[in-house]
Design a protein around this ligand. Structure first.
Ligand code: ADP
Ligand code: MG
Length: 720
């Protein structure tokens, strides 16, 4: 193993430079050349067919066979002209990640390239190997994928990829995209209803999403020399380097040359695929970076993020690099997240979270703002559940960004506006009064963009014209948190609308009715607002006092999917049925168990087969030395001390691993998935991981560097 480490380090010093140039100085020359979306359809389809397709996209309605056939013909000739040989339905099963099954355009029997509307619209991948939480085995063995025309098709290598949803034959949803589409429909419907209280012209509301993706980059050879990275995406051992992120010099620092070429390379590919990447920079931790696109409609933005992750992985290999999307690949340095910047935008072009210069629009803005805050207050547990994964547990609830307690940061300006609105609750408004002025609504500054007024410790922060959900894990599929967020906002908007209607029926003037309900909401949702340091001990205590929950582990958090409150809103808005929720809960728990299980196994293997033998060999050298010194009559106390320390750590590691294995055997016999998952969390991870790691990391400091088998943090993290 030690040889492996040094061979890897040697390779690292001889890496040839992969030089990357943009194909053209103007990205618009090649942006989107590999996608077949609305604009390509417009130029290749007859105007009738195009109208059909764009209508279906707008209303989420079904596409008829004639239209589908016409689109298939157009996309086939487009793809063939670009050298495509295969096509695939591209979907997002509940394993996370994406799945595809390629079919050739070439029909051997007919001897020609064929592609029909039917193949565009529906396929039957062999579904039995995807997780279904018990749905398929009990109901129906087969599943099918169905075209999502709202997300552009794209060419990936020589394959035409068709974004699809994945459903069982009995109609249960088996993926992450289908419920997202339903939640987006729900929020559209609820938001339009509310918008029309202010502006009858608004017919559609789109949710937008801009995803900031954080990731680490390591050299391929070093990656390969770390079985823990290879197996689980995360280092289970490794002492902090002498220099970590304490100098705070990495953030926005200059990008290492190799990484810069890698970035350019994947940006080119992403642009070709129509992903509007815009921002790149170093992140807080050494070897950590971020990429962010321009925001798009939620479903498209999420497909693009899924594609981007895949693409980054493939491009990295060309550069002999590996990208790590794990939430916490290295202990002691910052983890990675995926900030979800979210807003609602009308078909008239109004961002409903942007304050305006008009007082009327500001009341609409306040309505959406306050209902969103209340939605978070009412359904914080569901939001927490939507980001619960084994990987994210290393960030949330550990002492780093952001905490597991859900809260909102509104900034001083918006906090003041809400406080004033609440305080002025008793002001009597007379006929002819300028209500907006009396309530202080006319004074909302049009642009709330005080950059000092940013709170990086809040999981859900208002950032001037959008909310930023910062607690999503870096490896996650944002469809899940976005389903939860848009669903709870849809529910809250519906409640708001109904409450206003009732007030109006009682004879209250419309604007006043709106203000009254908002005041009530502001009062009721105060507990969720927090402007202070979300990482502090003080907040943990304060949050407990306020009755906010603090679910530190994913297993406890996931339970929120199956509370009567959650089931009710999922069913009411036709997003997921009780049965589907149960299936998802089961899959999430199973995935949690598997992750912890893999880490525990890797840990055991590395500890017993690599670390302990290394420690013993080194200890033997010391024993010879100690005896030699003794024979010479020289003091050997220092050496003896080291020998004893090493023995102590070996003892801790060996006992820890043995007990952990026994406990795993016991847990694996449990049939109740929930009990098993809790067991893996409490009795495996929390009980043994830190203890074993601590001793291994101490040994790393004691054993001769020449003998140490695992690539060290200082080698992994300081790529140049
Ligand atoms: P930061 O949070 O680092 O200051 P930016 O202001 O650049 O970042 O925005 C981060 C992301 O938010 C980008 O993807 C951007 O396109 C997106 N974004 C900006 N405005 C909106 C909006 N109205 N809705 C959704 N996302 C938005
Ligand atoms: Mg941000």
């Amino acid at each position: 193993m030690a040889h492996l480490r040094f061979r890897a380090l040697e390779q690292l010093s001889n890496r040839p430079k992969v030089h990357v140039e943009f194909p053209s100085a103007k990205a618009s020359d090649f942006f989107g050349e590999n996608t077949f979306g609305l604009s390509q359809m417009k130029s290749t389809l007859s105007s009738d067919v195009f109208k059909q397709v764009s209508q279906s996209i707008k209303n989420g309605s079904k596409i008829d066979t004639v239209t589908a056939d016409a689109v298939a013909v157009a996309v086939k000739s487009w793809a063939l002209a670009k050298g495509a040989t295969h096509f695939t339905h591209w979907f997002q099963p509940l394993t996370g990640g994406t799945a595809e099954k390629h079919d050739a355009f070439f029909d051997g029997l007919a001897g020609i390239e064929k592609f029909k509307g039917g193949e565009l619209v529906q396929q039957e991948p062999d579904a039995s190997s995807f997780p279904n939480g018990g749905i398929r085995s009990t109901f129906e063995a087969r599943g099918y994928t169905a075209w999502d025309p709202s997300s552009p098709m794209f060419l990936y290598g020589k394959t035409l990829c068709i974004p699809t949803i994945f459903v069982s034959y009995t109609g249960e949803l088996l993926d992450t995209k289908a419920p997202l589409l339903k939640a987006l429909l729900a929020v559209d419907k609820a938001a339009v209803q509310v918008c029309q209280l202010f502006d009858k012209d608004i017919q559609k509301v789109n949710a937008s999403l801009g995803i900031e993706q954080e990731y680490f980059v390591v050299d391929e050879a070093l990656f390969m020399a770390r079985p823990d990275l290879v197996m689980g995406g995360r280092t289970v051992f490794g002492h902090s380097p002498a220099r970590g992120q304490q100098l705070e010099d990495h953030y926005f620092g200059s990008i290492p040359a190799r990484v810069y070429d890698f970035m350019k390379d994947f940006e080119i590919e992403a642009w070709r695929a129509g992903i509007p990447l815009r921002t790149r920079h170093n992140e807080v931790a050494p070897s950590q970076f971020e990429v962010a696109p321009l925001f798009e409609e939620v479903n498209v933005a999420n497909d693009h993020n899924q594609l981007l992750m895949d693409l980054m992985g493939r491009v990295a290999e060309k550069h002999q690099l590996r990208v790590l999307f794990h939430e916490k690949p290295f202990a002691g340095v910052n983890g990675s997240g995926k900030h979800n910047n979210w807003s609602l935008i009308t078909d008239t072009g109004v961002n409903l979270f942007a304050p305006s210069s008009s007082a009327r629009d500001n009341l609409m803005f306040l309505t959406f703002f306050v209902t969103t805050v209340r939605a978070i207050h009412e359904h914080a547990d569901l939001l927490r559940a939507s980001i619960a994964t084994a990987g994210n547990d290393y960030r949330l609830g550990a002492n780093e960004a952001p905490p597991a307690i859900m809260s909102t940061f509104l900034g001083s300006q918006m906090s003041a506006v809400l406080d004033e609105l609440e305080k002025n609750g008793n002001i009597k408004i007379e006929k002819g009064d300028n209500m907006y002025m009396k309530l202080g609504i006319d004074r909302i500054p049009e642009i709330i963009l005080d950059n000092t007024d940013r709170n990086r410790t809040s999981p859900f922060a208002f950032t001037g014209n959008k909310f930023e959900f910062r607690a999503v894990g870096s490896s996650d599929n944002c469809a899940t948190p976005m389903t939860a967020l848009n669903l709870i906002v849809a529910e809250q908007l519906t409640q708001f609308y109904e409450a206003v209607e009732k007030e109006i029926e009682k004879g209250t003037e419309k604007r006043l009715a709106i203000v009254n309900i908002l005041r009530k909401y502001i009062k009721e949702s105060k507990a969720i607002r927090f402007e202070g340091d979300g990482y502090s001990e003080g907040w943990v205590k304060e949050a407990a006092k306020r009755g906010l929950s603090n679910k530190k582990n994913a297993v406890d958090a996931i339970d929120a999917y199956l509370t009567p409150k959650s089931i009710k809103i999922f069913e009411k808005h036709n997003v997921l049925s009780h049965k589907e929720l149960e299936a998802r809960q089961e899959i999430k728990l199973e995935s949690y168990i598997k992750r912890v299980q893999i880490e525990a196994r890797v840990m055991g293997d590395l500890a017993i087969n690599h670390i302990i033998p290394t420690a013993i060999a080194y200890q033997n050298k010391l024993i010879i030395n100690a005896n030699g010194l003794k024979g010479l009559g020289v003091d050997n106390k220092a050496v003896l001390k080291t020998i004893k320390e090493i023995s102590g750590h070996i003892e801790t590691i060996k006992t820890g691993v043995d007990n952990m294995v026994e406990e795993r055997k016991r847990l694996n016999k449990l049939t109740d998935t929930h009990k098993k998952a809790i067991g893996y969390c409490k009795n495996i991870k929390e009980k043994y991981f830190d203890e074993i790691r601590d001793s291994v990391d101490k040994l790393e400091l004691l054993v001769d560097d020449e003998d140490w088998p695992l690539v060290k943090y200082r080698e992994l993290l300081f790529l140049r």
